[in-house]
Design a protein around this ligand. Structure first.
Ligand SMILES: [Zn+2]
Length: 60
């Protein structure tokens, strides 16, 4: 089963639990609350960077 994380508060979340979701750069992000979604949509790159940094470490 796929494990997802709310990129804002880093809470583990499933699409079923998600209160809100957002598309960014072709990816879909799930959020535990509309507050987290709003924070993400305000500065998507701020939260995207954390994930990208983790991925780059493994890929590069
Ligand atoms: Zn959250």
């Amino acid at each position: 089963m796929e494990k997802l994380y709310d990129p804002v508060c880093k809470m583990e979340i499933t699409p079923e639990d998600a209160v809100a979701s957002s598309h960014f750069n072709g990816d879909i992000y799930y959020f535990c609350s509309t507050e987290c979604k709003e924070q993400f949509e305000e500065i998507p790159t701020k939260y995207k960077d954390h994930e990208a940094a983790a991925r780059e470490g493994a890929a590069a």
